[in-house]
Design a protein around this ligand. Structure first.
Ligand code: 5GP
Length: 183
């Protein structure tokens, strides 16, 4: 679905499909260089990272494996609390693995910070983070994120995997959701 198909629900089109495609390609070239000769395990966080994982993994010209985790972050409304529960764990043992976490968005960073310490305790050789979007103004914990697609303003966005009440995930780009939709 195109952003223009739901333009009445958006206050702004933030990132187009073409901008996402070209940024993922740029980052993929960096990652191919950084991980040359390594067996990389991409860890996607369900459900938001589905689109970015599908496009990023196919753009990469190095062999990778993929696994998925589902976590729920307790919090009120659109705020994350940092209290996280694993709904679906990885199938892969991380011991000695080269891990690259693939995220859709980092907001407060609380969910990812919890996830990082959980995955680090499984003794991988290395863990780095790839995120399509990051909201620098919303950060509540400092996380060293190696690969960032776009830094965006501190607003609620949807599309390209990101939902509001499970809707808008199939938008080809990213837009700012109009407050009228959720108020
Ligand atoms: P954090 O723990 O970094 O505050 O938030 C993590 C999760 O909150 C993200 O993985 C995502 O599921 C959700 N989230 C944060 N900001 C947004 C946003 O702007 N739009 C949507 N759709 N989800 C968001």
């Amino acid at each position: 679905m195109e952003l223009t198909d739901v333009q009445n629900d958006l206050t702004e089109i933030l990132i187009t499909e073409e901008q996402i495609r070209s940024r993922i390609a740029e980052l993929s070239r960096d990652i191919e260089r950084d991980y040359a000769g390594k067996d990389v395990l991409l860890v996607g966080v369900l459900k938001g990272a589905v689109m970015v994982m599908a496009d990023f993994a196919r753009e990469l010209k190095i062999p990778v494996t993929m696994d998925w985790m589902a976590v729920s972050s307790y919090g009120s409304g659109t705020q994350s609390s940092g209290v996280v529960r694993i709904l679906k764990d990885l199938d892969t043992d991380l011991e000695g693995k080269t891990v690259l976490i693939v995220e859709d968005i980092i907001d407060s960073g609380l969910t990812l910070s919890w996830l990082l310490s959980n995955l680090r305790s499984r003794n991988p050789e290395s863990i780095e983070i790839f995120t399509l979007l990051r909201k620098p103004e919303a950060a509540r914990v400092e996380i060293d994120v190696k690969y960032v697609g776009f830094d965006i303003p501190n607003q609620f966005v949807v599309g390209y995997g990101l939902d509001y009440a499970e809707r808008y995930r199939n938008l080809r780009g990213v837009g700012i959701l109009a407050p009228a939709v959720y108020s």
